[in-house]
Design a protein around this ligand. Structure first.
Ligand SMILES: NC(=O)c1ccc[n+]([C@@H]2O[C@H](COP(=O)([O-])OP(=O)(O)OC[C@H]3O[C@@H](n4cnc5c(N)ncnc54)[C@H](OP(=O)(O)O)[C@@H]3O)[C@@H](O)[C@H]2O)c1
Length: 325
């Protein structure tokens, strides 16, 4: 029997935190002691987990002791609080972007680069939701055909920005004059090519994260990647249109051969494709609409969809925990 662990879930009341609790239960992670942390506003409230009602603690009050920590805090809070757990001996798996690009922190998608876990120093980063979903589809193709160029356009759901963003969408649907606070524009009946603020290169934060994180996960620091991220009025599920150019020639049949045998992936054939609604609640990443080009035998286009709260966050984090156990 597996050893039972003490586990702290931090940011437990948020979209990712609640989803992690569901995934922990579903995957029957052996937990001896579970503590749930959130903001002072949630102190004393309760959440259902593993058939029990568990009281939520104010994170700032501690205690900062556990064997493992699953965290779903925003960056500034992750920076402030997570080292406390690590310094007290816990292994921390973090969903924020604060630690992801640090050289001594592995950025892990278990189907792609589980080996990187061997070098952890008490902190493991869970990737950006879109980068995680993309990497599951791209890694098998990269291994077989060597990626050279990637052009990605994303269609990202509102839940990618947390609980308040979902409430904003609902409010706008019922009241067209509702003033957005989370997003820079109304998202109901709309879309916009901006996720986060812009940098000097003209990239928004999400575009920069996807580019840098994909390079790290795929161990391809020189890979050319152009990303345009678009927020769309979908509740859950991120979709990507990907054009890849490879060093070796690639055919649709050759690509399917790799995708069909890849873990965590469902490769749909014959003009079939996934939608966010189809993928909501699923742990796998879905690919479809593979197209090759007679003018360029080294290029392939494909459609990719995944649940941002599951493979893009909670499932991936719990899979990392499983590997560590
Ligand atoms: N949503 C996604 O698809 C996704 C995917 C990958 C990664 N992530 C990352 O995961 C993290 C969480 O995202 P989310 O979507 O779950 O956000 P969320 O729904 O807004 O949840 C935020 C959590 O942080 C807690 N919190 C806020 N202020 C706090 C404080 N002062 N002290 C302690 N806890 C505090 C909240 O507790 P209260 O309820 O008490 O306020 C809540 O549990 C972010 O870093 C995000 O970038 C999100």
């Amino acid at each position: 029997m597996k050893k039972k662990i003490s586990l702290a879930v931090v940011g437990a009341t948020g979209l990712v935190g609640r989803t992690m609790l569901r995934v922990l239960e579903k995957r029957e992670i052996p937990i001896e002691h579970l503590s749930l942390f959130a903001s002072p506003q949630s102190k004393g409230k309760r959440l259902e987990a593993f058939g029990h009602s568990v009281e939520i603690q104010n994170l700032a009050d501690g205690p900062f002791t556990a064997d493992y920590v699953l965290s779903a805090l925003r960056n500034s809070l992750a920076e402030k609080w997570l080292p406390r757990f690590r310094d007290a001996g816990a292994v921390v798996i973090d969903n924020s972007s604060y630690f992801r690009m640090k050289a001594d922190v592995p950025l892990v998608v278990p189907e792609v680069n589980a080996d990187a876990l061997q070098n952890h120093k008490g902190l493991v980063a869970n990737p950006n939701c879109t980068a995680a979903i993309a990497s599951v589809a791209l890694a098998p193709l990269h291994r077989a055909f060597n990626l050279k160029h990637l052009i990605i356009s994303t269609y990202q759901s509102v839940s990618g920005s947390g609980q308040k963003a979902l409430v904003e969408l609902e409010n706008e649907i019922t009241d067209i004059s509702f003033q957005p606070k989370v997003f820079p524009h109304p998202i109901a009946f709309n879309l916009f090519p901006q996720i986060g603020s812009f940098n000097d290169e003209g990239l928004c934060v999400e575009e920069e994260k996807i580019r840098e994180e994909l390079r790290k996960i795929l161990s391809a620091p020189e890979l050319f990647i152009s990303v345009t991220t678009v927020r769309v009025p979908v509740r859950v599920g991120h979709s990507l249109s990907i054009f890849g150019e490879f060093e070796k020639p690639i055919s649709v049949a050759g690509a399917y051969e790799q995708l069909h045998s890849a873990p965590g992936l469902i490769a749909m054939e014959n003009q079939n494709y996934a939608t966010p609604l189809l993928c909501e609640g699923r742990d796998e990443v879905f690919t479809g609409r593979l197209r090759s080009f007679p003018e360029n035998p080294n290029a392939l286009s494909l459609w990719v969809v995944g649940d941002n709260l599951l493979k893009g966050a909670a499932t991936n984090a719990v899979q990392i925990l499983e590997r560590l156990l």
